[in-house]
Design a protein around this ligand. Sequence first.
Ligand code: HEM
Length: 771
Amino acid sequence: MCVDVGGLYFKSFLEILMVKVMKKGKKTESIPSREIDKTMYSVEPHYEDTAPSKKLTKPLTSISPPGAEPMMPGSFKNPKNNNDKLKQLDDFRSDPLGESLRTNQGVKISDNQNSLKAGLRGSTLLEDFILREKITHFDHERIPERVVHARGAGAHGYFQVYKPLASYTKAEFLQDPHVRTPVFVRFSTVQGSRGSADTVRDIRGWATKFYTKEGNFDLVGNNTPIFFIQDAIKFPDFVHAVKPEPHNEIPQGQSAHDTFWDYISLQPETLHNVMWAMSDRGIPRSYSMMEGFGIHTYKLINAEGRCHFVRFHWKPVYGVASLLWDEAQLLAGRDPDFHRRELWESIEAGDYPEYELGLQIIPEEDEDNFDFDILDPTKLIPESLVPVHLVGKMVLNRNPDSYFNETEQVAFCPGNIVSGIDFSDDPLLQGRLFSYIDTQISRLGGANFHEIPINRPVCPFHNHQRDGMHRISISGAANYEPNSINNNWPRETPPAGGVFSSYPQLTTGEKIRKRSGTFIDYYSHPRLFWLSQTKVEQNHIIGGFSFELGKVVRPWIRERVVDQLTYIDHNLAQAVAENLGIELSHEQLRHPLPGPVNGISKDRSLSIYDGHSQVLKSRRVAILAADGVCEKSLAIIMKSLHDQSIHTMIFSPHIGKLRTLQGTELNINGTIEGNPSVLVDAVIVPDGKQSIDTLLKDGNAKYYLLQAFKHLKVIGLQGEAQRIYDAIPLPAADEGMITGNAALELAADFIEAMKLHRVWSREMIAGQIPA
Ligand code: HEM
């Protein structure tokens, strides 16, 4: 049964979606048919073209939906999204098209296939400088990965303030709403090595470099508003504990192991951030759908010298959403690049990730108005207590050209600040100010990494620092100050706007190695977080703890962690204990619980799903179809989804072309087997008897729907496709199972259901699904 809704949609479908239709008899235009040139595969030099067409070597510059075409470097793909930083980088780009292959000394190379030998079968000659140079350079391609946050993905963009913030800060980039400040952002995981999977349960790093006209400002934060420890002296201990175990370097990219939980059980200041990591925040849906936080309290200083404390927030315009734990684990195998691919493809597709910058501002005199210390980075400031003011927007609109040159070599440091912003005495922040540059000296090979193109400020920078490894800039005779040889240039600038001067904070005190008494409350904030979650989210937290502790081999570590949970919430502790086969004593279940934080026991901003609306733009829907699919239905469904800026991808038992019931050939985006349901947000199967008959015989297609159901995804089955439901062992249909004959109505209901992100009501029965 294929429901006819008239030719109108069919025509617009072809026009609007620009699906390449190849009618019978017409040849494809992209690759000219020609005799295969056998010399292409030879060990002789290649002096000829090897691309089937010169056209194909020209990067395509149009917007392209996910998976539609080869991924092109950002400078080709988004040349219009330019800014001062990208123009500066242009000076360092090289385009090899039409150029000769040469050595690094500029000598043209005639043979890149064979080394220089004494006779055809003789030994290789040491004098072969071409071979030696090539191999030597290759031998030194690797640099040390970051000690933490080694796995990351970056993007260029800009930041624009909504209105002048002069009353709070003299920072130049926060004044003029017409000015777009270039930014480079790097998102990362914390624990895993460079090649680890994106979707592991972990905190996500979120580092933003603002290339302001007054110097670089780096906001180096995470996707949680708090950190695990209060004092930087504990950072090496914490990182050693969370990294793979020292004896066998297992596990990779995961905190589910003994050393991590041993440390947690003995250092209760970590519990608040652990609660966040065990929650859905530890497995974000994408980098564009997570919140970011500067964490520490910083200072804003205005032109009159007045100081306000501030905490920085990033609020994603695409809303906040997370994966399910089972899905995140499967993704780690099926697409370990899930997050970085999504970031890249979103920018290629024109779905530029956008985030609003938010400020929680506290007048200096209100510093002591809280139940906690605002210098303590394990405590958040509830938004219902101090609202977040949205002051500007960041848009990420251009991919890097070279992962290594930009994303790997970028060097962030919380110590990079500009006039109008200053540090607080947060002891974790103070330690960070030292650590980053210190590590970068060894990671990036010396003291001159600020000269690497991605790290250069867009404003001029001159001083008397000299020499060192890889010095690039060449400067004049006087390398000291004061000097008269160069008329004392470069000179100091008298204090004024744009010149950095530290806030004259009064500082007194004994030298002391001690934690402030105002930091000693470890349980009230984790409890506030717990009480602010929906039931569904609370169950996920219980699941997170149970899974991780289930991997801990030493029973006393499991018991100590559960004991710690009894000080946060008895139900939480009891539920985790049951899953771990631990019996809690009456005494443990009578442990006193902390009271509200400044009278607040629940804050909606801490929950992802508590009534917050979901944004559909950039979401992905799989369309399962085989030959014989009803083209009209397909057209209507795709148009409806595209109207909501949702991406669709046709997956079929085979790759290549799909022949519809009406005889048209459509491009297939991939096979069902190669593009499992974990890659998409929802799945829909359009009508068409022959197509459904094929899918019913295909184990991958049936498994696809089974797994999508288990992962609480909305599923649409149109017309004949409803037969699939009877063929797979699924429980009764629910609000996320959209069935019907008319494509238009089905698509409308499908879209409505997608607004919940997931079919939460299904979660209790999803565990029964054998997928
Ligand atoms: C609020 C607490 C912290 C946050 C939010 C944080 C965040 C980050 C982020 C986002 C990165 C990755 C930067 C990039 O993408 O290149 C990073 C790297 C790093 N962090 Fe932290 N971090 C924190 C605490 C610390 C502390 C206390 C230390 C040491 C005392 C530290 C040392 C490092 C080091 C050594 C790197 C590697 C930097 C590089 O190689 O470029 N972090 N951190």
